[in-house]
Design a protein around this ligand. Structure first.
Ligand code: NAD
Length: 432
C-alpha cells in the first residue's frame, strides 16, 4: 500500500466563523479607524455609516420548464455626494443586503480615492447563475434592470459588471433601461461591449491598475520588479492581466492558485502559456512544466509580492503569519480580514489596499461614461496613458498621507477618500 498523501486541512471558512463581522461590520471598523483623522469633518461621519438608499426588489421570471421562480435583488447607493452612484452588479448565491451595502460603501471610498466624480453604489441578485439557461439569465437580468430602473440612470447611478456578470449582461441592462426610457442610453451602464459604447482598454484596466500602483509601491520600498518573485491567487480578469504585466516587466510569477488548484515553478511560470492554458481549460490545473502544490501551501510560497485576486477574506489570522511577501497588492475586493491586516502591519509587510489597488477598472469605467456622453471614443493608448496618470497621482497622494500620519496605506486611503466625500457633503449642506 502506498503511504497516504498529505491532504489539505479542512478548515471552517472564515465567513462562517462566529466572530466574523460580515462585510458591513468590517467596513464600519475601517471607518472607526479613520475618524480620528477627519478633523472638523468628523461632524459628518454618520454619512459614511449609513447607505443613502437601499432598494430590495423581487425578480420573478418564467423558467424554461414553465414554472415561475422568484429571486431577491438589491441596489444600494451608499453615497452620492460627489456624483452619481457607481458600482457593479453581482449574481451569486451568497449575495445579501449586508454584502451589497459593504460593497457599495467600498465603491464610495474607491471612487473618491482615485478622485473620479462618482459616489458609491452596488447591486446584486441572490442566485447561482450557473443553474440558469441563457434565456432565463436574460429574463432575470432584464426584470432586475426594470425593477431598479426607478433609481438608476446615466446621471443617477451607473451599474457595471462584477462577479458572474459580463459585457453581455451589461448590453441587456442597457437595452432594457433604454426600452423603458424610449431612447438609447448607452451611459446607463459601463463595461459594455465596445460595439455598444464600451471602452477600449476596459478589460485589462483593473489588472493594469494593480500593476501600476504595485510598481510605484515597489519603487518606494526599493524592491526591484525585474528580480521580484510574484505569487497570485486568482488568474482571471484581474490576476491574469496583472500576472502578464509583471512578467513582461521581468518579474518571476512563481505560484498561481485558482479554483482548480495551485501550481508552482521556482524559475518562474511561462505566463503567456499559462494564460493560453486557462483560456482553453478554464483553470491552471493540468498546466505542464509546473509543480502542483496543496492549496494551503500557497501561503508559504517564497515570494516578494503576493497578489490576492480571487475572493473576499482569503488572508486571515490563520495564514497571515506565514506569508513571506514584502508587498501584498489586493486585486480582489476585501481579501484581507482586519485581524490579518494587523498581523501583516506588525510584520512590516506593506499592503496596497483594494480601494486603491483595484481602482483601475472603475477609472476606465469613468472614461467609458465620459465617452458615451460625448459620443466620441478615445484610442487605447490614450486610455492607458490617462489610467496610469490617475493611478500614479492617487498613489502618490495616499503614500504621502500614510507617511505624514504614520498609518497603513488602507487607513491613508480611507483618510483621503472620506475627507473628499465629507467635504462634498459639507459644501452641499443638508436639504432642506
Ligand atoms: P474572474 O472571474 O475573472 O476570476 C476569478 C479568479 O478567481 C479565477 O481565476 C478563479 O478560478 C479564481 N477563484 C475562484 N474561486 C477560488 C478559490 N476558492 N481559490 C482560489 N481561486 C479562486 O474575476 P475577476 O474579474 O478577476 O475578479 C477577481 C476579484 O477582483 C473579485 O474580488 C472582484 O470583485 C475583484 N475586482 C474585479 C474588477 C474587474 O474589473 N474585473 C474590478 C475590481 C475588483
Amino acid at each position: 500500500m502506498t503511504p497516504a498523501m498529505s491532504t489539505p486541512t479542512q478548515t471552517i471558512p472564515s465567513y462562517l466563523q462566529a466572530d466574523n463581522l460580515g462585510p458591513w461590520g468590517i467596513y464600519l471598523k475601517q471607518v472607526d479607524r479613520v475618524v480620528p483623522y477627519l478633523g472638523h469633518l468628523a461632524r459628518w461621519q454618520e454619512t459614511l455609516r449609513r447607505p443613502k438608499r437601499a432598494l430590495i426588489v423581487d425578480v420573478p421570471i418564467q423558467l424554461d420548464n414553465g414554472t415561475v421562480a422568484h429571486f431577491e435583488g438589491y441596489r444600494v447607493q451608499h453615497n452620492t455626494s460627489r456624483g452619481p452612484g457607481k458600482g457593479g452588479v453581482r449574481f451569486h448565491q451568497d449575495v445579501t443586503l449586508s454584502e451589497v451595502m459593504a460593497l457599495s460603501a467600498w465603491m464610495s471610498i474607491k471612487n473618491a480615492a482615485v478622485n473620479v466624480p462618482f459616489g458609491g453604489a452596488k447591486g446584486g441578485i441572490r442566485v447561482d447563475p450557473k443553474t440558469l439557461s441563457l434565456g432565463e439569465l436574460e429574463r432575470m437580468t432584464r426584470r432586475y434592470t426594470s425593477e431598479i430602473g426607478i433609481i438608476i440612470g446615466p446621471t443617477k447611478d451607473i451599474p457595471a459588471p462584477d462577479v458572474n456578470t459580463n459585457e453581455q449582461i451589461m448590453a441587456w441592462m442597457m437595452d432594457t433601461y433604454s426600452m423603458n426610457e424610449g431612447s438609447t442610453n448607452t451611459g446607463v451602464v459601463t463595461g459594455k461591449p465596445v460595439d455598444l459604447g464600451g471602452s477600449l482598454g476596459r478589460r485589462d484596466a483593473t489588472g493594469r491598475g494593480v500593476y501600476t500602483v504595485g510598481v510605484e509601491a515597489a519603487n518606494h520600498m526599493g524592491l526591484d520588479i525585474s528580480r521580484a518573485r510574484v505569487a497570485i491567487q486568482g488568474f482571471g480578469n484581474v490576476g491574469g492581466v496583472a500576472g502578464r504585466l509583471f512578467s513582461e516587466a521581468g518579474a518571476r510569477v512563481v505560484a498561481v492558485q485558482d479554483h482548480g488548484g495551485t501550481i508552482y515553478r521556482d524559475a518562474g511560470l511561462d505566463v503567456p502559456a499559462l494564460l493560453a492554458h486557462v483560456a482553453a481549460h478554464g483553470s491552471v490545473a493540468g498546466f505542464e512544466s509546473a509543480e502542483v502544490l496543496e492549496n494551503d501551501q500557497f501561503w508559504d510560497v517564497d515570494c516578494d509580492i503576493l497578489i490576492p485576486a480571487a475572493l473576499e477574506q482569503q488572508i486571515t489570522a490563520a495564514n497571515a503569519s506565514r506569508i513571506k511577501a514584502r508587498l501584498v497588492i489586493e486585486g480582489a475586493n476585501g481579501p484581507t480580514t482586519p485581524e490579518a491586516d494587523d498581523i501583516l502591519a506588525d510584520r512590516g509587510i506593506l499592503v496596497l489596499p483594494d480601494v486603491i489597488a483595484n481602482a483601475g477598472g472603475v477609472t476606465v469605467s469613468y472614461f467609458e461614461w465620459v465617452q458615451d456622453f460625448s459620443s466620441f471614443f478615445w484610442s487605447e493608448d490614450d486610455i492607458n496613458a490617462r489610467l496610469v496618470r490617475i493611478m500614479k497621482e492617487a498613489f502618490a497622494g495616499i503614500w504621502q498621507v500614510a507617511q505624514d500620519n504614520k498609518v497603513t496605506l488602507r487607513t491613508a486611503t480611507f483618510i483621503v477618500a472620506c475627507k473628499r466625500i465629507l467635504h462634498a457633503r459639507e459644501l452641499r449642506g443638508l436639504y432642506p
